[in-house]
Design a binder for this molecule. Structure first.
Ligand code: SF4
Ligand SMILES: [Zn+2]
Length: 290
């Protein structure tokens, strides 16, 4: 597997690509990529959403469902329940199309069961949550405990088997590991120093990026990465004092996952997939078989 230090490519005019992490937590990462090209950054974005394996519930065998929820809606809700799909959790599992079995087996799938009975009291309602799914694999289970699946009343039961399989985001949204995966070009704010300072532009900024400093007769720029490039400041300045543009080869990338895997795992896997595709292409160009 590729490690973050390996992420070194040549950008425009041979300059080295640089990556700086701005924010990071369990499910989200924001980083700046400098000296890169749009096709490269966009390839990472697309692969992260569409082309890395994730496990999700694919088939549901419903034995009993007395709840008011239709079987199809329940199956859809189960499909969209995020399951842990970290590299360790899915290690050894094969895609179902690469398996020799007819439908599903432990080599290509993980079974989860749901068996719940309604409350004893007629006046009560029992909510069945994602934590009530019990898995045959201790690593592959619901990421969140409190996703409501259905409601049961007295004398109502639900009994089902949910079969989770590996898949790709390009086939169904349930296999997309990211909830946010987007980049924007790095903003560039310049002032026309030949003109009189126009403090109105600072007043118009909805994000507080521009701050009027009347003592030094300047407009100061704070936290430029938060600029949405809305150009409200440009419209407010009658003399055209401020200009908003972007750095062509610098990007701010934000990636958030549904918890099925960490943002680092998504990025590293995306780089592996991109690298594999490039290798295949090189082999093809050299006349080899792909
Ligand atoms: S483009 Fe919008 S967010 Fe950026 S500095 Fe101007 S007003 Fe503020
Ligand atoms: Zn199988």
């Amino acid at each position: 597997m590729m490690v973050l230090e390996d992420l070194e490519v040549k950008g425009e005019e041979g300059s080295k690509m640089e990556i700086e992490v701005k924010e990071k937590n369990e499910n989200e990462i924001v980083f700046i990529i400098r000296n890169a090209e749009v096709p490269f950054v966009n390839a990472i974005r697309r692969i992260a959403m569409m082309d890395i394996p994730k496990i999700a519930i694919e088939d549901v065998n419903i034995v009993k469902n007395d709840s008011a929820m239709f079987d199809e809606v329940l199956a859809h809700r189960l499909g969209l329940t995020p399951l842990f799909s970290g590299l360790e959790a899915i290690e050894g599992l094969v895609m179902s199309e690469d398996c020799d079995c007819e439908d599903y087996c432990p080599r290509c799938s993980v079974s989860l069961t749901l068996n719940k009975t309604g409350p004893a009291d007629k006046a009560e309602t029992k909510i069945v949550y994602s934590k009530d799914l019990s898995s045959t694999d201790s690593q592959i289970k619901s990421v969140y405990d409190t996703i409501p699946l259905l409601k049961l009343k007295k004398d109502q039961d639900v009994e089902l088997e949910a079969v989770a399989k590996l898949g790709f985001g390009k086939d169904h949204a349930k296999w997309i590991p990211t909830t946010v995966c987007a980049y924007k070009q790095y903003p560039k704010i310049t002032f026309n120093e030949d003109l009189e300072v126009d403090y109105e532009c600072a007043k118009a900024c909805p994000r507080g990026i521009l701050k009027a400093d009347k003592r030094s007769k300047k407009i100061k720029v704070n936290n430029i990465e938060n600029c949405s490039m809305c150009k409200s400041c440009v419209r407010a300045s009658e003399n055209g004092y401020v200009n908003i543009g972007y750095e062509k080869n610098d990007f701010i990338f934000r990636l958030e996952t549904d918890g099925s895997m960490t943002p680092e795992e998504v990025l590293l896997k995306s780089c592996d997939v991109l690298s594999e595709k490039a290798e295949k292409f090189i082999t093809f160009c050299k006349g080899g078989k792909v």
